[in-house]
Design a protein around this ligand. Structure first.
Ligand code: NAD
Ligand code: TYD
Length: 348
């Protein structure tokens, strides 16, 4: 059995990746390493926690001594690295936390991986999960390709860009086998309600204002989280060494159009008269350094690995809203902070 380390597996994207790998690969033992910050929630993984090939480890990737001993103990054949501080607005308020986790944390993992395999990397792989935000912003036209120059604008994207560079540097300098993927905005079940879609779903449920930044004419390329997890599975198993794969939804939306679609779907599902939720839209002060437009050219992963999104945006958004409406307890625990007690109850 191969020991595989997934970092950040209690978070939004990570929990879907952990579930997919634990269920699809009984010959892997999946170790989920997560510090359980505000964004980490083990309630996301209740359905896999009893599985024989799954182990949760609470720990911080910024703690080099701990990371080295963990790698020594389990001799991970591969790492799928998702742990990160992930919210742009928080990075504007607290950039240092992003430097620590996203840059130093990544270097600690690279160092530990290098040390245990001592340059003998046959059949080993370090898979770094990154974001399209490293490319900066697009104007009205064009797409991010794997060849687009890095040009990050927020402390979040600057820290992710830096970590991508370190992964590549370890590949070049020490011959460490790696692969990187840069994905567009995800949405779906289990996303912490600070990001646009789950925040607005929660606010609509509670009749609270929907704070649209600036004029709302910012564009993002949205991908259903399970399609991202499937792409990660493909890149992990079939991606070429030292390559980058861009992952996107072929699905650009201006924020304001997306919010209006969400409002309509929510009105229908909540049985409210059409137009009720739209009245909650409130234009607020813009985010500093707000990137105008992200859009991914995902033709490489499509043509080389045969990946494509499985749901349309309307379907994915419908599934997402249903999940939040059916999991009000999850939402209540997250908004009240109660979910943080779960670890204590379950694991101590
Ligand atoms: P998230 O904030 O929901 O989850 C991050 C997880 O990392 C949490 O479980 C948290 O507890 C854990 N973590 C944070 N600091 C840690 C530390 N120091 N040590 C150990 N664990 C720590 O984030 P997400 O949206 O699931 O994103 C996961 C990864 O995917 C990130 O690397 C992010 O850059 C990347 N990504 C996300 C998106 C998206 O739209 N969500 C898009 C592209 C790429
Ligand atoms: P977000 O979900 O924070 O993702 P990112 O900044 O990584 O793209 O935001 C998506 C878009 O929605 C972005 O253009 C900022 C905007 N936004 C709002 O207008 N209001 C909000 O309250 C939030 C959280 C985001």
């Amino acid at each position: 059995m191969k020991n595989i380390l997934i970092t950040g597996g209690a978070g939004f994207v990570g929990s879907h990746v952990v579930r997919l790998f634990v269920n699809s690969y009984p010959n892997y033992h999946i170790f989920n390493l997560d510090a359980l910050t505000y964004a980490g929630n083990l309630e996301n993984l209740k359905d896999v926690e009893q599985k024989q090939n799954y182990t949760f480890i609470k720990g911080d990737i910024t703690d080099a001594t701990f990371i080295n001993s963990l790698f020594e103990a389990h001799q991970f054949a591969a790492v799928i690295h998702l742990a990160a501080e992930s919210h742009v607005d928080r990075s504007i308020k607290e950039p240092l936390a992003f430097v620590k986790t996203n840059i130093l944390g990544t270097i600690n993992l690279l160092e530990a991986f290098k040390t245990i395999w001592n340059h003998d990397f046959s059949e080993k792989r370090f898979y770094h999960i990154s974001t399209d935000e490293v490319y900066g912003t697009l104007g009205a036209t064009g797409l991010f390709t794997e060849a687009t120059a890095y040009d990050p604008n927020s402390p979040y994207s600057a820290s992710k860009a830096s970590s991508d560079h370190f992964v590549r540097a370890y590949g070049e300098t020490y011959g460490m086998p790696y692969v990187i993927s840069n994905c567009s905005n995800n949405y779906g079940p289990n996303q912490f309600p600070e990001k646009l879609i789950p925040l607005f779903i929660n606010n609509i449920i509670n009749n609270k204002p929907l704070p649209v930044y600036g004029d709302g004419n910012y564009t993002r390329d949205w991908l259903y989280v399970i399609d991202h997890a499937n792409a990660i599975d493909l890149v992990f198993h079939k991606g070429k060494n030292k390559e980058t794969y861009n992952i996107g939804g072929f699905n650009e939306w201006k924020n304001i159009d997306l919010v209006k679609l969400l409002c309509k779907q929510m009105d229908v599902k909540l049985g409210r008269p059409l137009g009720t939720s739209e009245e909650l839209i409130t234009y607020v002060k813009d985010r500093p350094g707000h990137d105008l437009r992200y859009a991914i050219d995902a033709s490489k992963i499509k043509s080389e690995l045969g990946w494509q999104p499985s749901v349309t945006f309307e379907e994915g958004l419908g599934l997402t809203i249903n999940w939040y409406l059916e999991n009000k307890e999850w939402l209540n625990h997250v908004t009240s902070g109660e979910y943080q007690d779960y670890y204590e109850k379950q694991y101590t």
